[in-house]
Write a protein that binds this ligand. Structure first.
Ligand code: SF4
Length: 255
């Protein structure tokens, strides 16, 4: 994010996608921001990691692109990455201008970069955000660090913070063989989810290795080379266990 002399806010953008179907409700215009502080072992977008790459764009330029495909967009705009919270001033500006045009807004984030100390900046973002899709990569602090390079305290704080702002939360969890396949951890995710008053959906995804060729083309070693794709039945079991934790947590919360 940059402020030029005339105070224009720009974002560093990796790319845009005009027909996103898995990035929030409806068909959506998806903006991939450039730069991410995490290094998730199963990341599909290693090309978005480097903060120095990408193209600088203003909110107006993004919304001009949006207008070109407005006729078939049934959902709205989603900002993903990379990590959008690393460019929160830009995302706030984009979402504010989108909302002024009646466009539904969705933030797809890992939560990395949240800090309670900067809550005024996050308040501005939440005030123009309709949905937050939040990844819970691992519920254990230590295992989260091994999987992503960062601890998860701030991310779990962020989930509570979003809920406190009254913004809808869609949680997502990727099940990876030998990394996030413990029933105990799934149950704990469910318990944690039960604390989020604005939770609207939980999506559990099975790990796959389709990003391998991308790593090869970037000359980066693929960290999960020996990890097989997850059988979908395991993801189903994970979802059931998370839901059991959620229900138990909600029940306990009422007692
Ligand atoms: S947070 Fe997202 S973009 Fe960043 S490394 Fe993890 S999966 Fe990749």
């Amino acid at each position: 994010m940059n402020y030029s002399e005339n105070k224009k806010i720009t974002g560093r953008i990796h790319s845009t996608e005009s027909f996103g179907t898995v990035d929030g409700p409806g068909v959506r215009f998806v903006v991939f921001v450039q730069g991410c502080p995490m290094r998730c072992l199963y990341c599909h977008n290693p090309d978005t990691w480097d903060f120095t790459k990408g193209t600088e764009m203003t909110a107006e330029e993004i919304l001009d692109e949006y207008e070109k495909c407005r006729e078939y967009i049934t959902g709205g705009i989603t900002v993903t990455g990379g990590e959008p919270l690393m460019q929160k001033e830009f995302v706030s500006d984009l979402f504010a201008k989108a909302k002024a045009k009646g466009i539904h807004t969705c933030l797809d984030t890992s939560g990395a970069g949240f800090s309670k100390e900067k809550s005024a900046e996050f308040d501005a973002l939440m005030s123009v955000c309709d949905i937050v899709m939040l990844d819970i990569k691992h519920i254990s602090k230590e295992e989260h660090k091994k999987l992503t390079g960062l601890e998860n305290d701030g991310i779990l704080d962020f989930a509570h913070y979003i809920s406190g702002c009254g913004v809808e939360i869609w949680l997502r969890h990727v099940v990876v063989p030998n990394i996030t396949d413990s029933e105990d951890d799934w149950y704990k995710i469910g318990l944690f989810a039960s604390e989020l008053k604005t939770l609207k959906a939980i999506d559990v995804l099975a790990y796959h290795d389709m990003a391998k060729p991308k790593y090869k083309s970037l000359g980066i070693d693929y960290p999960l080379n020996d990890t097989p794709p997850l059988d979908k039945s395991v993801a189903k079991k994970a979802k059931e266990t998370i839901m059991r934790g959620l229900k138990d947590g909600l029940k306990d919360g009422k007692n």
